[in-house]
Design a protein around this ligand. Sequence first.
Ligand code: GDP
Length: 301
Amino acid sequence: RLARLRARLVKSNNVFGKSLLALLSQDEIDEDVWDEIEETLLMADLGTDPTMELVDRLRERVKVEGSKDPARVKAMLREELIALIDPQLDRSLNTEAAGRPAVVMVVGVNGVGKTTTVGKLARVLVAQDKDVILGAADTFRAAAAEQLTTWGSRVGVPTVSSDVEGADPASVAFEAVAKGVELESDVVMVDTAGRLQNKANLMDELGKVKRVIEKKSEVDEVLLVLDATTGQNGLSQAKVFSEVVNVTGIVLTKLDGSARGGIVVAIQRQLGVPVKLIGLGEGPDDLAPFEAETFVDALLE
Ligand code: GDP
């Protein structure tokens, strides 16, 4: 399964990997080549500062070692990329709570893949023998609750939702958590709305959803879902969210359709929050834990 995920990531990112490797394989890595390497990293959304730092370090190492053997330079590039992504960061999901269900809130703007992520993650947790309940707190799109309920039945977990379109999202979230407590579930996952048309309202609403949940239980994990294909644009959204709710992890979706994997570095730097999961497709199995080494290897393949 991991191999399949990896193949998919490789397929989408190989533009990035191929051009870097082609660049490194030239007889002479001259100024122009270093410029092109820099450009390629920027195109992959690594961000300006990390790109410059990485190229500087690489140049320095090539100079010190005096080796321009492409395989050796590639190995150095791999090490430097892994170091940038910070393999030491704790990327585990907080889905264990003593004596009560763990509560996971999933936030992000419309269309990034929140509902899909909730469904896929529910499946992962069910496979770990956990009792899961879903809460459909995106009450503004009638289809959202339906979509979540469909995912719920697909993976065999109940979904708490409201029949009333436009119902108070905080009260649906509260009910889902209350239900989880009543049934002694292991995890309650709350899907939230993401209309960005009115940023102030959305943020007020999210803050309220969280506060209301907290009347019943702590919130153990707030996952912010970002769409990798939106690249650096996603970052400004991410900042707005992290100002309102204390984001504990990032889920980066649609990496299967993007050659912009470098965004992982930019996100972690700017938000100080680890990427915990990656989405690699629309199917129920297309969610993987983020792992720095595997990711970089896929980028460079
Ligand atoms: P939400 O509005 O944030 O809840 O987004 P949805 O979960 O409804 O997803 C929006 C669209 O993105 C749907 O068509 C999903 O199937 C698709 N999607 C979600 N995650 C991924 C992913 O990792 N890869 C791809 N290719 N599509 C995805």
